[in-house]
Each structure stands twice: as C-alpha cells, then as structure tokens.
Design a protein around this ligand. Structure first.
Ligand code: ADP
Ligand code: ZN
Length: 745
C-alpha cells in the first residue's frame, strides 16, 4: 500500500482487515480492526456487518493503512474475531485464491467451500436429530393416508424401507420432503425423534490393529524409493503411479506416508467417496495410527471436530473424499489421490474444481509430493507424465498375488434372440457363466449402467416418454412406492396410465435393476441375489452391511449400478457381467470413450482377485467400438495413445480448454437472450477467425432443458490457454453479475 495514502486521511490508526465473503461478488471488503477484536491474522474468521446483515467472512490480508479511495469514516469495525489461531493456513489461503480464479467464483465462495459448515457459521451443534418409524400401519391405513396426506405417506414408506433410524437431515435430502410431515407423524406417534450423540470419528469404533508391512516386491520398492527421494529433499514433485488393479499401489502409498510421518510431516489421502469404507480406513490406521476421516456422511459437528484436531496437529494423516483436499494438515509432506481418474474428483457445484489438479497445486505451494494413482489414469495425467518433467511416471505392471487379469469377452447383443416382447437382459453366454458360478458355489457381480436405462413410461403413438412436470426428464418407476419419481427434483407423481397428449395407454420400457433382478431370479430360482442401488441402500449403514453380507457368502450374485463397480475386493468373485456397456458411449461428451474404457477396466478388476481366477462378460450393441475392444485386451496404453491423438486433432483437453456456460431463468426468453448476448460479447473478444482458435458451440438447449422449473441454455467454448486468458475478465463478470455458471470441463 502507498505510504502517502495514510497521510491523506485523519487515520484512526490501527490496522485494516481485507475480508472475503461468501457472495458471488469477486472482491474483498476492508474493515477496521478495533483493539477489542485483536489479535486478527490472515486466515481468521471474523464477524462483520455487510450492508445491514451480520455475516462471517475470512480475513485474507491485513493492511496498515486504509484502502485507497475509501473514506476512512465509512470503514466499519469488525464486530468480533472468531479464531485465536487462524483457521485457514497461509498455504490454504493461497490455494483458495487459485481455486476461486479457476472456478470463476469469488475468493469467499472458495473459502466457504473449503471450511466445514459448522465453521462457516458461528454455531456448534452437539447432537444430531434422527427419526425412526415406530408404528406399522395396516394396508388400509396406508391407503387412506396416501389419499389424504401423500407427503406423510411418502415419509412412512421411506422410513419403512430404510428399516431403522436415520438422520433427519439425510431423510430430507433423500426424499425432498421438509420436516413437517415428520412432525405430524410424530404427534400421531407413528415416528419417534431421537438424538444421536456426536462421535468424533465414526471409524474409530473399529479397533485399531497395527500391522507389519509386507516385504515389498521389486517394482513396488522402486516406486517407493523414487517417491521417498523427493520426500527426503522436501521438494515438490508430482508422480503418476500407473499400476494395474491388484498391483499393490496402496502399499506404495503407505510406505511413502510412513516416510513423511517419520519426518514429523503429515499427509492427505484422497479416495473416491464410494471406496471410503471401514476396510480402506483400517488399512491406513493399521500403518499410520489414528487418522482423520472426512467424508460426506459426517455431520457438521463431526466434521468440525476432525478439522480442529487436524489444525491443532493432533491428527497428521487425513483420509477422505474430495473435500479432504482442503484439510488444514500441518507440515504437509504428501498428497495421494487414489483412483485419480474418477469423475467424482470433479466438484460439480461452486467452486467447480478438479481435485487432482488442485492437489498438484497444493503440493506445489507446500513443497510436498503429490502421488496420483490409477490403473486407468485420466488422459490429462497420462499426457502430463509423458510430456513434462513435472510429472514422473511410475509403473506397476503385475499383480502382487501373481495371477493374470481376467479374460474379457464381448457379447454382441444384436444377434442374441430377444425375450418375449422384452429387451433381452441376460445373454446366453452370461446365463451359462452364471450357471457355472452357482454350481461351483463361487460368486458373481452383475453391473448395470443405469444412466438412461431406468424403466420409464413410453407412449408408442407419440413416440415419447412421460416426463416430470417441472423438469424435462423422464419419470422413473419405483416399485416399492408404486410411484413415478423424477430423479432431478425428487418429486413423486402417480403412475401414469395414459398419455396426456393422445390418451393412448402408456407402456413401460427400459431395464432397471429391479427388472434385472426379476429376470435373473427367474433363470435361477435358487440363487441368492443382493441388489444394490439407490432404492435398496437408503441409509448409509445399509451399504456397508450389504457388502459385508456378500463378503461373508450370504449371497451368490451381487447386482447393482455404479455402486458395485468400484474398488470392491471379494476373492470368491469369479464372474463379472456388464449388462449394458454402451450407455456410457451414448453420452454426447468428449470423455465418453474414456469413461466407457475406465468402467470396463474397473469392473473387470473385480473378477479374479484370487487363485480361483475370473472372467468378464460384456454385453454390448456396439461390439466394434475401439474403447470396448481396447478394454477387452486390458490395453490402456494403446487406448490412451489413440484417444489422445483424437483429442489433439480436435483440440480437446489436455490440448485445449473446454468451458461450459449455463444460463438459467424462470423465463425461457430471458435465458435465451442472456445467452445470445453473452455469446456475442465473447465473440467480440476472440473469435475463431484467422489465427484464432476459439470455437463456440451454441448457445443451445442442453439435453435437459428445464430443471426445477428453470429454463436453461448452454454455450460450449473450446479454446486455447492463451485465448482463454483474454476471455477470462468477461467470464468473471458474467459469473458475478449475470449468475452464469462457468464450468471448466
Ligand atoms: P491396488 O491398490 O494396486 O489395487 P493393493 O494395494 O490393494 O492393490 O494390493 C492388492 C493386495 O495385495 C492387497 O491384499 C495387499 O495387501 C496385497 N499386497 C500388496 N503388496 C504386497 C506385498 N508386497 N506382499 C504381499 N502382499 C501384498
Ligand atoms: Zn422433476
């Protein structure tokens, strides 16, 4: 700040805090720090008055003079400072700034997303309300409730299905209902409210058993040595650990973590939410001692306590899903991103960031190493490892337990005979495979890519599916509720009988998990089938319970959606069936081939985890697709080579940037006009003329034009890094002032 500046005013002296707030406005506001609020440091949360309302912000800088151009008299005082020790470390403060810039949001929004909810507000909740059904209504009672109070009926049905107490907040999130039907039901003594004590660490209930590391294999040792070299010199380095499933990547992570701990430094391990199971956590605890676990199922209070324990250095290792990346670990030595290709590492709400990129950035700021691990690395990371010294490639090409990857066979569904009037669910080859598995008393996993294939109603004369009344999404059939449900807004509607346009009787099409279960059960009446999907796994606890039961051999076949594709390790599984491999390929998206390849590789990794061996049967209507063919050969490198060439030819990431702008409004015309005008403005800055490379696609209606009653228009921008820099100021402005969502893809 200019020294001359201070003398212009009759400055009251003291210091000024620049405060970032959780609003879309991309600037910080200065407040005077009164004596009573001290000490205030960057990274502290402060309570201030913004406009007329009290708000909590984070101090990002301290100035000795008032900001230029503002009259000192108009600068307000900070009301109070909420932290004695800054909650946000200097490194995280820097990181949050970068995240905000890349996500086209304000600094305060990025900070708010990093802090646990309980810390964003000035409150502490000590117990978590739960709700449980304590009355079992007769069928007639349910019918009359349904007729008079459908919301209460929905609540009862949901709690019945859940089969135990669940958190009220989780209940509301899952059902889209408010708390009020529960309150009424509580008065009738149908449900009871209770309070769950806050547990510091839900995984701590499991006894901590230390284990001794196994003798590393040669290739594992090489990887560990290379990583440890960087750890020892305390210099930033990125690694891509490319290792096939079962090649012992986790053991490499553990050794590197131990090295950091031995030096008194800490580490962060990111795993996809779905792999964040007690088994995973216990592997880290067994080696590193007590670890902090951060996942989306934590209550505010649990998250709050873990955060403070990490900040105070009581816990040095953090294992968690995406947002654990922002845990305030002291002396960070290593960040590990397991299954780094996973799409869940991309945050789809403000701030929109890609966790593996932010992990590299944080490692750079903190002088730590970053290890990205995968059997099917993202093409971005693969390209970086091939292309630049910033990312070092480490390989594990063999399974530790010996054994080879399972054979993968494609079944051409076009030549399979259809079932009577239905789509064929199980091909004859898969049927034969299942028969064998059952005879040998082994286990099988059947995977259904549910996207776009849930059963929906279809009107043959009109040729259209029956949609939700406020979203342009086909309604999905839920048998246990005997209702039609919109997966976007969670609204329930009665089952449609006739088409609203032509009055013709509607029919049901598509294959959902329920129908697959029926078909398989009909083929093998004696088989014990475990179905896992959003309808059967209503509570967090049910998921772990079900997997435990499958592992104990209480079931023969595990049937499910995305939930069963990832990271499961069951030695008795010798057959994996992918029922509809193609749905991933039908998405209009430059990553669809990559996603399809990954999916098959991952599901295939579930088979043959032991000496029993294993195989994979993939049903498809596109047996010639290159992504599928490469997947059958487990040939990641060949796939990556050809796919990267294609990305390069069309300037898709990692060779160019793609941004998706979404314009939204209650009024269709407004969405259209803002989209068109913004596009025009952007084109004035750079257009794909001579020597320019920026291309604009749209604005156009997205696949789902209306969600929750809001009309949407989308604009895709394909551009280069250099031209993106020119566009950025306008993009910031659109995001800030027009509420346009800017999503870097
Ligand atoms: P990945 O993460 O690459 O899929 P894991 O790290 O889970 O593989 O290892 C697969 C299995 O091999 C695990 O059961 C693990 O305990 C075991 N394992 C890993 N490394 C060794 C080793 N050096 N000696 C013996 N067993 C090992
Ligand atoms: Zn809807």
């Amino acid at each position: 700040m200019d020294a001359f500046q201070g003398s212009l005013f009759a400055a009251p002296g003291g210091r000024y805090a620049r405060v970032a707030m959780n609003t879309p406005v991309r600037r910080e506001f200065s407040y005077h720090i009164p004596k009573h609020a001290e000490p205030v440091e960057p990274g502290c949360r402060v309570k201030v008055t913004f406009g007329r309302r009290p708000i909590i912000g984070v101090v990002v800088a301290i100035d000795d003079a008032p900001p230029s151009g503002v009259e000192v008299e108009r600068i307000k005082d900070i009301d109070s400072c909420l932290d004695v020790t800054p909650l946000v470390t200097p490194a995280l403060l820097r990181l949050s700034r970068t995240v905000a810039d890349n996500a086209y949001c304000s600094w305060g929004q990025a900070l708010a997303a990093m802090l646990p909810a309980a810390l964003r507000h000035d409150r502490t909740r000590r117990t978590i309300p739960t709700v449980e059904l304590i009355y079992s209504p007769a069928a007639e009672e349910m019918q009359s409730l349904e007729a008079k109070f459908p919301k209460q009926a929905k609540a009862v049905a949901y709690l019945q299905q859940a089969g135990g107490p669940m958190e009220v907040r989780e209940f509301c999130n899952r059902t889209g209902l408010s708390k009020s039907p529960l309150t009424t039901l509580n008065k009738k003594e149908w449900v009871k409210f209770d309070k769950k004590a806050d547990v510091l660490n839900p995984f701590a209930a499991v006894e901590l058993v230390r284990d001794t590391p196994p003798q590393l294999t040669g290739p594992q040792q090489d990887c560990v040595d290379t990583i440890n070299k960087s750890i020892d010199v305390q210099q930033h380095q990125d690694f891509l650990l490319y290792g096939i499933t079962g090649s012992g990547k986790t053991e490499v992570y553990l050794h590197a973590l131990e090295r950091c701990l031995a030096q008194g430094r800490g580490g962060i391990v990111l795993v996809p939410e779905i792999s964040l199971t007690p088994q995973t956590v216990s592997r880290f605890r067994a080696r590193c001692g007590e670890v902090a676990v951060l996942h989306s199922g934590l209550t505010d209070v649990e998250r709050h306590d873990q955060w403070l324990a990490i900040r105070e250095g009581k816990l040095r290792v953090v294992v968690g899903a995406r947002s654990a990346l922002f845990a305030p670990v002291q002396d960070l030595g290593i960040i590990i991103v397991d299954e780094e290709h996973e799409s869940t590492y991309k945050q789809e709400s403000t701030p929109r960031y890609q966790a593996r990129e932010v992990a590299r950035e944080r490692a750079r700021i903190e002088g730590a190493v970053c290890v990205l691990g995968s059997a099917t690395p993202s093409l971005e990371s693969w390209q970086a490892a091939k292309d630049s010294p910033d990312m070092q490639l480490l390989r594990l090409t063999e399974r530790v337990a010996g054994g080879s990857l399972p054979s993968v066979k494609l079944v051409d569904m076009r030549v399979e005979k259809a079932e009577k009037g239905h789509w064929l669910v199980v091909s004859s080859q898969l049927k034969y495979g299942l028969k064998e598995v059952l005879e040998k008393k082994e286990q099988a996993i059947l995977f259904l890519n549910q996207r776009g294939f849930s059963p929906a109603w279809y009107c043959r004369p009109c040729g259209k599916t029956i949609s939700c009344s406020t979203c342009d999404v086909a309604l999905t059939y839920h048998r246990w509720r005997k209702k039609a449900l919109c997966h976007y807004c969670l609204k329930e509607e009665p089952m449609p009988q006739c088409c609203s346009t032509c009055g013709h009787k509607v029919e049901m099409i598509g294959v959902g998990t329920e129908r697959v279960e029926d078909s398989v059960q009909r083929l093998f009446p004696q088989a014990r089938i475990l179905r896992m999907d959003r309808d059967t796994m209503l509570r967090r606890e049910s998921y772990e319970q079900a997997l435990g039961d499958f592992g104990d051999g209480k079931y023969d076949i595990l049937l499910g959606t995305q939930m069963v594709a990832k990271g499961l390790d069951f030695p008795r599984v010798t057959l994996v069936g992918v029922l509809n491999a193609d749905t991933a390929l039908h998405q209009p998206d430059f990553r669809s081939s990559e996603r399809c390849f990954n999916l098959i590789a991952q599901v295939a990794g579930r088979a043959g985890r032991s000496s029993l061996g294993g195989r994979v049967i993939v049903q498809t209507w596109m047996p010639g697709h290159p992504a599928l063919l490469a997947a059958t050969k487990h040939d990641y490198e060949k796939f990556a080579l050809s796919e990267l060439q294609e990305r390069k030819d069309f300037s898709y990431p990692p060779f160019g940037d793609v941004l998706r702008l979404t314009f939204e409004s209650q009024h269709q015309q407004r969405a259209i006009s803002v989209a068109n005008e913004s596009c025009k403005e952007l084109r004035q800055i750079v257009d794909g003329g001579f020597g320019k490379s920026t291309e604009y696609l749209g604005p156009a209606p997205p696949p789902i034009e209306r969600i929750r009653g809001k009309y949407r228009r989308q604009l895709l921008i394909k551009t280069t890094r250099a031209e993106l820099l020119q566009l950025r100021p306008l993009l910031y402005k659109l995001a800030e002032q027009q509420g346009v969502t800017v999503d870097p893809l």
